[in-house]
Design a protein around this ligand. Structure first.
Ligand code: AMP
Ligand code: MN
Ligand code: MN
Ligand code: MN
Length: 301
């Protein structure tokens, strides 16, 4: 089946006048708390015009999100957020505008999800050793997709069970490097993730670069290797960046000739600092990635 056949010609829909694109958020298909349909309605209510659902390492929610976007009169780009290992850290690569039926992409993502359950059992063992029993079963209660048990689900359990007062305290005390519930994991390679996305007709974007804590040298290596693999964009305005960080990565995007993306990284009405669509604009000096993805946008019906 060719997913392009039922598309309206793109000129009917004014990408150039678009002011509110939100190209990063999560549903219950990964570690968000809302269903794709609920996110589409919330995006619409918050004034989003072009939306992408970017669940972690999984495209199983894309068809629902696309249909929900069309029911709401939203333009839609397919999306995913892939966890990759780079220089001993985890880096997130957002993919946009790919064919969500592409077999190589689906298989690659399935392989990267494969290690999550044993990792989660090890995390639970680490927590049990410091007096927090039952964390695996506890986290599972919050999981929408059993293949995608993540630190976020453990964090929700630890808050609910009264071990911490909020999610960020859980990460600080238990779920980050050197802490009892942290287990390193081997994710996809940077080059693999970028290639899967390109070969499925989409573009790869470095997600929230300020979050990684890289030295300038490591960050330079990340950007140059990403571009060498055919990566095209960087998130500049995101719920994970301060205004100063957005200003910094505006310069980085220009320096490396990367397209710019914008996305809230919304996970939950109770947890997320930035709601869907409630973001600053990209600097007018930047080239928005959606203009380069015009032929991949599903226009509103
Ligand atoms: P995992 O893929 O299992 O390593 O979990 C990563 C997820 O944890 C991210 O996608 C975020 O949703 C969440 N996360 C990571 N660090 C933090 C933090 N400091 N505070 C809140 N959530 C976090
Ligand atoms: Mn997440
Ligand atoms: Mn991320
Ligand atoms: Mn995210």
């Amino acid at each position: 089946m060719n997913p392009n056949l039922d598309r309206q010609p793109v000129h009917q829909w004014a990408l150039h006048h678009l002011s509110n694109a939100d190209l990063h958020c999560h549903s219950r298909v990964s570690d968000g708390t809302l269903q794709p349909e609920e996110l589409a309605a919330r995006a619409k209510a918050n004034g989003v015009e072009l939306w992408a659902l970017t669940d972690h390492d999984e495209v199983g929610g894309q068809q629902r999100a696309l249909e929900a976007a069309q029911a709401q009169g939203l333009a839609y780009l397919t999306g995913v957020e892939i966890s990759v290992s780079f220089a001993g850290r985890v880096v997130h690569i957002v993919g946009l505008g790919f064919d969500h039926h592409n077999e190589a992409l689906i298989q690659g993502l399935r392989a990267t999800r494969g290690g999550r359950e044993p990792r989660a059992r090890e995390m639970a063992a680490g927590l049990a050793a410091v007096g927090i029993p039952g964390a695996f079963e506890g986290a599972l209660q919050y999981v929408g997709n059993p293949e995608l048990i993540s630190r976020t689900h453990f964090a929700r359990f630890l808050v609910e069970a009264g071990h911490c007062s909020d999610i960020s305290e859980v990460f600080r005390r238990f779920l980050t490097e050197g802490k009892p519930g942290y287990v390193e994991h081997r994710w996809a390679g940077l080059g693999d993730a970028v290639r899967w996305l390109r070969e499925a007709g989409g573009m790869a974007v470095i997600a929230h670069p300020a979050r990684y804590g890289f030295t300038p040298t490591e960050e330079y290596a990340l950007f140059t290797e990403f571009i060498a693999h055919g990566g095209r964009g960087v998130e500049v305005v995101t719920g994970s960046h301060t205004a100063a960080e957005a200003a910094k990565y505006t310069e980085t995007a220009l320096e490396f000739g990367l397209l710019a993306s914008r996305g809230s990284d919304f996970h939950s009405p109770d947890e997320s600092r930035i709601d869907l669509g409630r973001l600053d604009a990209l600097s007018g000096r930047l080239q928005p990635i959606w203009l380069e993805l015009a032929d991949r946008v599903h226009p509103p019906q």
